[in-house]
Design a binder for this molecule. Structure first.
Ligand code: PLP
Length: 380
């Protein structure tokens, strides 16, 4: 064994990627509706991102936040231009790290330590992030947990107390099968947090950077949270994460409280800036193609329900999800499964077109028939 076991791997070995396509080492081409888990937002190896990263690697690979870089300021300004209602950004390296920082910020800002999180929510695998994750099997693996977190059903308004520092949620719960909630839920939660002096945190590690058809979920339904965490799609695959911080919280932060050696490194900043420049132009595509993709329940027998928003979709199937995933892979399409049995997840590059959707719909119909005939696959 050389690599420690992490995620159960798909039975394919990849060699390269371009836009919505990846090729395996045998030269076989796959339509990638998974994007390395919602990461390759601009598609694989988008020329604008590749150029920006290549140029930056030749200019200055790294310098930490201890020295100012014009590129860092430009990239952060571009991110904040889209983040209406936020004053500053903190950069880190992974979604879990962004959530750790957000939870710490909420606790320091309020002087309280309790956190309300959602059943079904996923926030990462580090101590604080996993302790706020509402999926029992992941929490169990990580005990003892950081104390002070309680869980409520997503979509139900929680009771907050004078000890509640933060409410954290994924606006679309991806791992739980792409569930979201009505506008009034987010609006009432905002009112309640404001009234109670509680920090509202949106984990937009998946919904952020255009995936739901707007740059962020924050701002939707007129609701602006106090903190937003971002990762995955933010650098088109170059590791990077961020916390968007509202004015009152940012103003009280002092030097030395937050930071990471690699956070906001030049290559990651070049990747983020180029990614944002591309994603700005893709938002209408996400809305339109996402809408067409969501209609696959009308076109394919065996798709019982489609959940989610934009290009973050969960398809509830009549059949066994791992079996359908395998049948799709055999037919040259990569999709994900979810924590909820019977759901496959589609998290494709935001460049996906109607032509790709048509081809997927036909392949899905065929894969559903084949997997029903073959019976259940080994669970993931
Ligand atoms: C909503 C959400 N938050 C946080 C994370 C953790 O991100 P990372 O794996 O980059 O630490 C994930 C990862 O899947 C996620 O989906």
């Amino acid at each position: 064994m050389t690599l420690l076991k992490t995620f159960k791997t798909l039975p394919l070995e990849l060699a390269r990627g371009e836009d919505v396509w990846v090729w395996d080492t045998a030269g076989r081409k796959y339509l990638d509706l998974y994007a390395g888990h919602a990461v390759c937002s601009t598609g694989h190896c988008h020329p604008h991102v590749v150029k920006a990263v290549q140029e930056q690697v030749g200019r200055l690979i790294f310098y930490s936040n201890v020295a100012a870089l014009p590129l860092r300021n430009q990239a952060a300004a571009l991110l904040l231009k889209h983040a209406v209602g936020f004053a500053a950004a903190l950069f880190a390296n992974s979604g879990a790290e962004a959530n750790e920082n957000a939870l710490k910020m909420a606790r320091r800002h309020t002087g309280r330590h309790e956190v309300v999180a959602m059943i079904g929510g996923f926030h990462g695998r580090t101590a604080g992030a996993i302790s706020a994750t509402g999926i029992e099997k992941y929490r169990k693996q990580s005990e003892p947990l950081v104390p002070g977190v309680s869980f409520v059903p997503f979509g139900e308004i929680p009771a907050l107390t004078e000890k509640t520092a933060a409410v954290i949620l994924e606006p679309v719960q991806s791992m739980a099968g792409c569930r979201t909630a009505p506008a009034e839920y987010f609006q009432r939660l905002r009112e309640l947090c404001t009234k109670n002096g509680t920090v509202l945190i949106y984990d937009e590690v998946q919904t952020g950077i255009g995936r739901t058809g707007t740059m962020f979920f924050a701002g939707r339904h007129g609701v602006i949270p106090d903190l937003v965490t971002l990762a995955k799609g933010i650098g088109s695959g170059i590791p990077l994460s961020a916390v968007l911080v509202s004015g009152p919280i940012a103003e009280r932060v002092q030097y030395g409280e937050y930071g990471a050696t690699f956070g906001a490194g030049p290559v990651a900043m070049a990747a983020m800036k180029a990614t944002l420049e591309v994603v700005e132009g893709l938002l209408p595509n996400v809305v339109e193609v996402g809408r067409t993709l969501a209609k696959c329940s009308e076109r394919v027998p065996g798709v019982l329900e489609v959940r989610g928003l934009g290009l973050l979709l969960g398809l509830k199937l009549e059949g066994d999800a791992p079996a359908v995933q395998k049948a799709l892979l055999d037919r040259g399409v990569i999709v994900g499964t979810a924590d909820e049995p019977g759901v496959i997840r589609l998290l494709p590059p935001l460049t996906l077109s109607h032509v790709h959707v048509d081809s997927f719909v036909k392949t899905l119909a065929d894969a559903l028939k084949a997997s029903a005939a073959a019976g259940p696959a080994t669970p993931k």
